[in-house]
Design a binder for this molecule. Structure first.
Ligand code: 5GP
Ligand code: MN
Length: 335
């Protein structure tokens, strides 16, 4: 499939379409998936959105969010839906192992595969690919996709609200990866009727008391600052998970607090989960955490937001990071 015209031709009759995004879906994963879902529905296709794991409750308000299939909850439904599909759209991830078991299923499917994503080095598994690492978000690319599909007039408020959600979350409320091009897109979305104040309120002011107390615990008792490397680390161990009854999503955003400290340029949030230790990395400016994540923690991501994991202990991961940081000391201090 050489170009979008061929894809459009393939989709000129009603098809079964699956849209899938990554584990622990964030606003961009959900917004791009539901935005594309509402767009493709307008052509009479039978469209399903699916994720490997559940999405945070702050996104439950999104139009048709309750119809999303979750592999962790309904694996058989996800498998059957994928196997019946004529086309699978893979959004906001660059390699099939980011969608776990579903990735194995997709790998074996003889269907049209489309990748729309803004992570570097996408695996070449798609028949049609829209990949741009300079895009703020996959939602920005869905907007571009709809324009290139020459159906911009089909954009409406529900689609625009979905796309706005992913843009506002992936840019940290318009603090990172912005561009004149992005603000023009956003202006268009607002003109379509997006209520930006209410969306930001629904997404960002939804902590439970438990989550705010957990944040307090992290900052008061689990934070280590390494001034010599302009770095900060927050860890959570198994006992913390029990004591604070931490569920998926409860730790979202905690890593960013480290970057609020003047002179902290690299932040790590390291958590002891049932089978793996997960590391989330964030950085400021030109300093890239992508290399640290891919070289040392089997992961990857973006320059300023990456992640990875290890099967070793929590202590091992913390020590490994502390061993690695000196390699970057000069680069960090020059910033
Ligand atoms: P988070 O720290 O929020 O889990 O992830 C931040 C970013 O890092 C994600 O958007 C994703 O691009 C990347 N990332 C996180 N975990 C992994 C991982 O295990 N493998 C890879 N390849 N990328 C990851
Ligand atoms: Mn994204």
């Amino acid at each position: 499939m050489e170009n979008i015209a061929e894809l459009k031709k393939f989709l000129s009759t009603p098809r079964y379409i699956s849209i899938i995004s990554h584990r622990n879906p964030d606003g961009d994963a959900i917004g791009s998936s539901l935005g594309l879902y509402h767009f493709l529905n307008k052509f009479g296709h039978s469209v399903r959105v699916m994720f490997p794991s559940e999405y945070p409750s702050g996104f439950e308000w999104m139009p048709d969010a309750q119809k999303i299939l979750i592999y962790d909850i309904e694996p058989e439904d996800v498998k059957a839906t994928l196997e019946r599909s004529d086309a699978v759209f893979c959004l906001d991830f660059n390699a099939l192992d980011r969608v776990d078991k579903s990735g194995e299923i997709i790998h074996g499917l003889d269907t049209v595969k489309v990748l729309i994503d803004h992570h570097i080095d996408p695996e070449p598994f798609a028949d049609y690919q829209l990949s741009d690492t300079t895009a703020s978000s996959t939602c920005e690319l869905i907007y571009r996709f709809i324009c290139q599909y020459e159906e911009k007039e089909l954009l409406d408020e529900p689609i625009a609200s979905c796309l706005y959600t992913g843009i506002v979350t992936d840019t940290g409320s318009f603090r990172f990866s912005t561009s004149p091009r992005l603000f023009k897109v956003v202006a268009d979305l607002i003109e379509l009727g997006v209520d930006d104040y209410t969306i930001q309120d629904k997404i960002f002011n939804t902590l439970s008391e438990k989550q705010l107390r957990l944040l307090g615990h992290c900052l008061a008792r689990r934070m280590e600052i390494l001034p010599e490397f302009q770095a900060g680390i927050i860890t959570l161990n198994k006992r913390d998970y029990e004591n604070y009854d931490i569920q998926r999503g409860d730790t979202e955003g905690i890593v960013n607090y480290l970057l609020k400290i003047k002179n902290v340029k690299v932040a790590a949030f390291i958590t002891e989960q049932p089978t793996i230790v997960k590391i989330s990395l964030r950085s400021k400016g030109d300093f890239s955490v992508q290399e640290i994540a891919s070289k040392h923690f089997k992961g990857g991501g973006h320059r300023n937001a990456s992640g990875g994991y290890s099967f070793k202990s929590l202590g091992w991961v913390v020590n490994r990071l502390k061993e690695v940081l000196p390699e970057y000391k000069e680069q960090l201090l020059q910033m």
